[in-house]
Design a binder for this molecule. Structure first.
Ligand code: GLA
Length: 501
């Protein structure tokens, strides 16, 4: 008995090393109209260690530091854009292999790790999944396209609707943006985010899925409301949600967008890590930048690559009117505050025609208090950030409307000089920010703390000339007499925002 057990243990230990080498594949069904996705692992075993590659339509990573110790198989995956390698483990289940991240979702109770089947010991990864390195143009910085002279304002479907965006709710949103006063306050772009795409026709033209039966008709409708229509794609094979993206069809897609009457393109990296290297990152954005310029239609170009690779340095040159500076925002105080208050230092990249984009607004989505949403609106306006609302405009409450439609605050965001505000003082959880305006300055006193706080700003530290400037509170909508300085109580997570002349 003991010998048999020992024998089996030995056998178990010997099996993986012999069997791991080769190509393994896992297929995930498409959900909600996205494409089915295959992921391949190719392992090359050398004794008790192995290397290899992981490739999918959305990813391409090196397998490194592979170790086989008995039944325990561990390795790392390293993609060109990851700071740190991801720790992975594999396990034989009969003829199959499960592969999952260590310490990730695999740690949670009901997570079943994906199961890979062996294709063959010799087979390599299918050629059509390997990066083909479609030729990319060398970047020669483009002159401005004359658009987005102030930060773009509008609405985007993602934060509220994600995959549920469709023709009907976009039309209803356009109606509500027009009738609520949002349009007249400047919110003119109605942007469809991910999940509108289907595949391509025989000539390679991108198709809309059943949620968007006629994009041209939708654009006509949105235009008839005095609004503009935005759309979404990316440089990879697939979008972030797994729908068709523009890889290898950039010019064709730009022409299609122009023919539909599209006015704004958000171009999202995501799966492009599967086809391009770091060096190809800016050129991939430039390729679409050139294609939009050649499309014959003025289209605002929004780069979405989460602030990687010092995008402020090259974003405008590849034709971008704005570029994301962070990962995705969520409708929580911490997420909003971490993103917003971390934008200090990027001000040199912002200006008319080219803006830093700390992601879209969550105002009205229910995860923050009105006080926190006022901070969100104030902070984004101090940052000269794009103001892209992301709530259900049809059911907006009066208090949310008051926040989004505060014309005095919007005017700070939209100031023609186009300066991004900077932090002038930080005392623990209290921060004073200043934004130079065409005439005068905006000053915001933010209290990130859990308790209300008394805060003071001296006009001299805000660079305001004279001891007795004209001061206006932009949320209370009243003028203030404050010679030399101003002291005020700021609620927890709240703001007092002033215009000083
Ligand atoms: C990424 C972007 C989001 C959104 C989704 C859509 O996560 O950062 O803003 O566009 O993709 O899939």
């Amino acid at each position: 008995m003991r010998t048999l057990a020992a024998c089996m243990l030995l056998l178990g230990a010997a099996l993986p090393a012999a069997d791991l080498g080769g190509t393994w594949m896992m297929e995930q069904a498409g959900r909600g109209g996205s494409q089915a996705r295959k992921t391949y692992y190719y392992f090359k075993v050398d004794g008790n260690s192995f290397t290899g590659q992981m490739v999918s339509s959305t990813d391409n990573q090196r397998v490194q530091n592979g170790k086989i110790e008995g039944n325990s198989i561990t390795f790392e995956t390293q993609g060109p854009f990851n700071d740190r390698p991801r720790q992975m483990r594999a396990e034989f289940k009969g003829e199959e292999l499960t592969i999952s991240g260590v310490g990730g979702r695999g740690g949670r109770g009901n997570f079943t790790p994906p199961v890979y089947k062996k294709l063959s010991a010799a087979a390599a990864i299918p050629a059509d999944l390997l990066p083909t390195h479609k030729p990319l143009p060398a970047v020669k910085p483009l002159p401005p396209n004359g658009l987005a002279l102030t930060p773009p304002m509008g609405w985007n479907s993602w934060n509220k609707f994600a995959g549920r965006v469709e023709d009907k709710n976009v039309r209803e949103m356009a109606d509500a943006i027009a009738s609520s006063g949002m349009r007249d306050a400047g919110y003119v772009y109605v942007n469809i985010d991910d999940t509108w795409e289907a595949g391509r026709d025989g000539s390679g033209n991108i198709l809309t899925n059943e949620k968007f039966p006629d994009m041209k008709a939708l654009a006509d409708y949105v235009h008839s409301k005095g609004l503009k229509l935005g759309i979404y794609s990316g440089p990879g094979r697939l979008t972030c949600a797994g729908f068709t993206a523009s890889y290898g069809h950039e010019e064709q897609d730009a022409k299609t967008f122009a023919a539909w009457g599209i006015d704004y393109l958000k171009y999202d990296w995501c799966a492009a890590s599967g086809v391009y290297t770091k060096e190809e990152h800016a050129p991939a954005y430039y390729k679409m930048g050139l294609a939009l310029r050649a499309s014959g239609r003025p289209i605002v170009y929004s780069l979405c690559q989460y602030g990687w690779l010092d995008v402020g340095e090259w974003g405008a040159g590849v034709g971008g009117n704005l570029w994301r500076t962070t990962g995705d925002i969520s409708d929580r105080w911490d997420s909003m505050a971490n993103i917003g208050f971390n934008q200090n230092g990027r001000e040199k990249y912002a200006g008319p025609g080219h803006w830093n984009d700390p992601d879209m607004l969550e105002i009205g989505n229910g995860g923050m208090t009105d006080t926190e949403y006022r901070t969100h609106m104030s902070l984004w306006s101090m940052l000269a950030a794009p103001l892209l609302a992301g709530h259900d405009v049809r059911t907006m409450s009066d208090s949310i409307k008051e926040i989004l439609l505060n014309k005095e605050v919007i005017a700070i965001d939209q100031d023609k000089a186009g300066h991004q505000g900077v932090r002038i003082r930080q005392d623990g959880e209290q921060e004073v920010w200043k934004k130079a305006l065409e005439k005068g300055a905006a000053v915001a006193l933010f209290n990130r703390g859990k308790d209300a706080a008394r805060m003071t700003v001296k006009w001299s530290e805000a660079g305001v000339a004279g001891q007795n400037p004209k001061v206006r509170d932009l949320w209370a909508h009243k003028d203030i007499n404050a010679p030399g300085e101003y002291t005020v109580e700021v609620p927890s997570h709240g703001v007092v925002m002033l215009k000083v002349n």
